[in-house]
Design a protein around this ligand. Structure first.
Ligand code: 3PG
Length: 220
């Protein structure tokens, strides 16, 4: 008799298990990185994705990796193999992309750090599967079909688990997190630009604490 497939979250890479919400942050100033990491940790979030969308990204990753080792720091907006290498060299412990290419999918399997490619439709899931990936980012979640698309993808791909990112908010995160094929979500709302500019660490701590509590919020 065929066995039930394992729960999609079984064997997940550590960075996908630490918080229901992975903060996705683009820092205007890498000097803010360590205080930000401490504020998120104080709120109960021990993972952060710092994007490589500007020159501050790698500096921020290096600073967090060196000075706040309790924070599991990763690189976002990894667009090619060179970004992946630079992220690992800077101390990132995972890397994520807004999409995937054949080159990156292959490089990610050989990389010294965990790599999370993104998909937005079934063909892209099939391509990632061919390369051996079971954990995928679903991006941009809100415009790629949102929770309806994730429910549909659970049919043909019961063993794939998604981190939904892009357009996730405190208002809709619970709807994503209740899906069995969603292991976590990503979002930029935990570190708003205005809070960063004002160094309002108390606000960021409180946003992080609220995000951690989202897992247990009943969805209407
Ligand atoms: C991004 O593209 O910056 C991340 O996926 C976060 O998206 P968000 O700003 O919609 O949360």
């Amino acid at each position: 008799m065929p066995q039930n497939p394992p729960a999609p979250s079984a064997g997940a890479p550590k960075f996908l298990t630490l918080s229901p919400v992975i903060p996705v942050v683009t820092l205007a100033d890498a000097a803010l990185a360590c205080d930000l990491a401490q504020a998120l940790l104080a709120g109960g979030v021990a993972v952060i994705e710092v994007t490589l969308r500007n020159a501050q990204g790698l500096k921020a990753i290096a600073a967090i990796a060196r000075q706040v080792p309790q924070m599991l720091v990763g690189a976002g907006t990894v667009l090619n193999g060179e970004d992946l290498r630079a992220a690992a060299d800077a101390g990132a412990r995972f890397a994520a992309s807004p999409g995937a290419t054949a080159q990156l999918l292959a490089a990610g399997q050989k990389a010294p750090i965990a790599y999370l490619p993104a998909v937005s439709d079934p063909s892209e899931v099939m391509c990632a599967l061919e390369h051996g990936y079971r954990y995928l980012k679903f991006f941009p979640a809100s415009v790629a079909g949102g929770t309806d698309m994730l429910r549909v993808l659970a049919g043909p791909f019961p063993n794939i688990s998604f981190c939904a990112t892009g357009g996730i908010s405190p208002q809709n995160a619970g709807c994503y997190l209740q899906l069995p094929n969603v292991c976590c979500v990503g979002g930029s709302w935990l570190a708003p630009a205005d809070a960063l500019a004002r160094r309002d660490w108390a606000r960021i701590q409180s946003l992080a604490a609220a995000a951690v509590a989202l897992r247990s919020v009943p969805v209407r």
